[in-house]
Design a protein. Sequence first.
Length: 256
Amino acid sequence: MNDFLKKVKAGEKPVGMFIEMGSMTAAECIGRTGIDYIIIDNEHGTYEGESTLDAVRGADLGGVSPFVRVREISRAAIMKPLDVGARGLIIPFAERVEEIKNIVKWAKYSPVGMRGFCPSRKDGWGCDYPSQEPMYKGMEYWNEETLVIPQCETAGCLSHIEEIASMDGVDGIFIGPFDLSIGMGIGGQFDNPEFKSALERIKKACHDAGKFVIIFTMDPDAAPAYFAEGFDSVVVGLDIIHYINVCRDAVKRAKA
Ligand code: 3PY
Ligand code: MG
């Protein structure tokens, strides 16, 4: 079973972080921190196809599960990170049910979707179990191993969240509080009761459908309260901001 999913099902509270630094070494080093998964950011980060591959390799070397946030909703953007070895896809601005049907079509093998089949890095170009015979076993394995996680971060997605969360092939939902609050016309008002009830609605829709829900925060100290409220996982900011903060502090202490 997918490592992240195993942890969620065991109630282990997995913690993730976006990786923006555009480097294989950054992805490898962060594996030494005890983090459960990283999200290589192709939406806001600088990653392209080959640097995504490098970061996935870095994560594998560091022993941390690599997820990728895709740049857009297209067949290539969805399929390529899976073929290089991503264990989960975060899909930004997934808004309409029709779009999410396409995401599932491109990300999951038949009979759930119509993902194109080819030996690739994910299975050692066909040399590793489970891509070997019978082929359908490999397809089943990868459908479970690679998670499809649309972001709920638009008013459109929020208004259909019960239907979206219960779709076959959608493994869980990732809440993007910045864009969701903007989409609701209350940008950045994370204490607004309307925003809080949207979070509750998304969490309930996911859990009613037997799916997990991940929430993003810039503040790692906010994570324990989110876990206590029943969110399954928390993504605690961007590597690059933690890097800046730690370096700034080192300089400040050196100059004290
Ligand atoms: C959001 O808050 O909009 C996000 O996508 C988090 O990165
Ligand atoms: Mg966003």
